[in-house]
Design a protein around this ligand. Structure first.
Ligand code: BG6
Length: 486
């Protein structure tokens, strides 16, 4: 494992007046502070273009806490203590000389500095140049980067290349906030802290896997970003491929950044490329259309667009463990429910002794709900009570673990709390390594090229529905159904 950095005493937050900082970063830092988890001497230096001074930024941060902390969590005294840590430097990323203002604020040897870039990726390169100008590219500095890291493999390589010239890989923290979610980490516990599942976790026993990230929100305030990105790059390239890698990877020997990321990258590199020929068969894209009171995507955007707000696809992992086990992925905006889940369908029993009694067995299923509920549910067959004079009946019943109940005395934390604390402590396990990001983009670029070659266009689906009917056909052709239809 890489040598740990010293504890961070200065956190420089680029994009400090932005939406992510207000909704997630500032509330997460406050929550960590309330629990006494931040280093006593930690200073948080916000920077953005907006002309503010320390007081102005503190006011802004306090308003963000009031608005975004969960009900009952805001405490006046605690907020007063927390905002004392906050400072502000107005800075134009495109002007290297502006970065000199930061030099004065950090220790000379940089050993306790972490920089968090929560800005548009088009500004990453300029930010690195500015940091270099200010002498802040020392190998001791920790560099955290928000997604998206580029828009394709080439641009991601360019960004990663510029970062690599300035910061060593073990000091580079690429954020995928899904890795900070408790239930996502729980996937590791479910798979590798139980002996029950691992012997069955392969193509001999698993029929297929479904990963769903359904959102009810639409474009929100991010029209230009989203329209240039689309569902494939916004959600599949990062969050969904990380979920897939955690489900599919081989058991790492240790809970260690190198071991875990080595296993994930092997999965990502084993994804079968989608080609022009398979694109139309294995992929469906959609765009939400008006329904009832809900506007269409193009209404929300204010102009015509061919960007997909929904994607469903069938992926294959070409290795020994997963041969012939399809992974069906789907994600979309303005769907019927907010729901992130992993659904694993096992194979049916090889022979049913109940067939001669007219009873049907259904395959076992494991449902891992990530949000909004955090549940693990195993569906097993049971006999329906009775004397069975009219034949024996079997029914599917759930074995449920509601994690919120099982751990009722534990506070549910924002994913960013975990990630920010790991950053401050210099632990990169839950951050994405360069080779992972590049393997993700390699697969996604192949899909984009295949879509273009096949002239695949998004089909409309009604806002508030479960997506286009074509996505149902995609899975039904294989004799399977999406979990919510089962
Ligand atoms: C972000 C995407 O990375 O993840 C958004 O850019 C999406 O479009 C969001 O809404 C979903 O995150 P969560 O944590 O709400 O599932």
């Amino acid at each position: 494992m890489a040598e740990r950095a010293e504890k961070v005493s200065t956190l420089v937050l680029f994009g400090a007046t932005g939406d992510l900082a207000a909704r997630m970063l500032i509330p997460s830092l406050y929550a960590l502070d309330s629990d006494g988890l931040l280093p006593a001497d930690l200073r948080i230096i916000g920077t953005a273009r907006t002309e503010l001074n320390d007081d102005g930024f503190r006011k802004h941060a306090r308003a963000a806490l009031v608005e975004h902390l969960p009900q009952g969590f805001f405490d006046f005294d605690q907020a007063d203590r927390f905002i004392e840590r906050l400072h502000y430097v107005p800075l134009d990323i495109t002007k290297p000389t502006d970065f000199e203002k930061l030099t004065k604020l950090v220790d000379d040897d940089h050993s306790g500095v972490a920089i968090y870039l929560s800005t548009a990726p088009s500004l990453f390169k300029a930010a690195i140049d500015g940091l270099e100008h200010a002498g802040l590219t020392s190998s001791k500095v920790l560099m955290a980067l928000e997604k998206p890291l580029g828009t394709d493999l080439a641009s991601s390589r360019e960004i990663n290349g510029a970062i690599a010239l300035a910061y060593p890989e073990e000091r580079t923290f690429r954020i995928d906030h899904y890795l900070g979610k408790e239930t996502v980490q729980n996937l590791l516990a479910l798979r590798f802290a139980n002996s029950l599942f691992e012997p069955l976790w392969n193509s001999t026993h698993i029929d297929h896997v479904q990963i769903t990230v359904a959102e009810t929100v639409g474009l929100e305030q991010r029209g230009d970003y989203y329209d240039n990105t689309g569902a494939l790059r916004d959600m599949v390239q990062n969050h969904m491929l990380q979920l897939l890698a955690l489900v599919a990877m081989e058991p790492p020997a240790d809970f260690d950044a190198t071991e875990i990321r080595d296993e994930k990258v092997k999965v990502l590199r084993s994804l079968r490329p989608v080609t022009g020929a398979s694109a139309k068969r294995d992929c469906v894209t959609g765009q939400y259309a008006a329904k009832g009171g809900e506007g269409s995507y193009t209404n929300d955007l204010g102009r015509p667009s061919a960007t997909e707000t929904y994607v469903a696809l069938k992926a294959h992992i070409d290795n020994w463990r997963w041969a012939n086990v399809p992974f069906y992925l789907r994600t979309g905006k303005r769907l019927a429910e907010r729901e992130t889940e992993i659904f694993i369908q096992f194979k049916n029993v090889p022979h049913s002794m109940f067939a001669n009694r007219g009873a049907k067995t259904l395959p076992n299923k494991l449902l891992i709900s990530i949000q909004p509920d955090e549940n693990i549910r195993l569906l097993v067959m049971a006999k329906t009570p009775g004397l069975d004079r009219d034949g024996l009946r079997l029914r599917e019943v759930p074995l449920d673990v509601g994690l919120a109940n099982a751990f009722a005395d534990h506070r549910r934390r924002i994913a960013y709390e975990r990630l920010l604390l790991d950053l401050i402590e210099g632990n990169p396990t839950l951050f994405v390594r360069r080779d992972e990001v590049e393997a993700q983009w390699t697969w996604i670029d192949g899909i984009c090229a295949a879509w273009a070659a096949a002239d695949l266009k998004p089909v409309p689906y009604p806002a508030g529905s479960w997506g286009p009917a074509e996505a149902d056909e995609l899975i039904e052709r294989d004799g399977r159904v999406w979990h919510d239809d089962a």
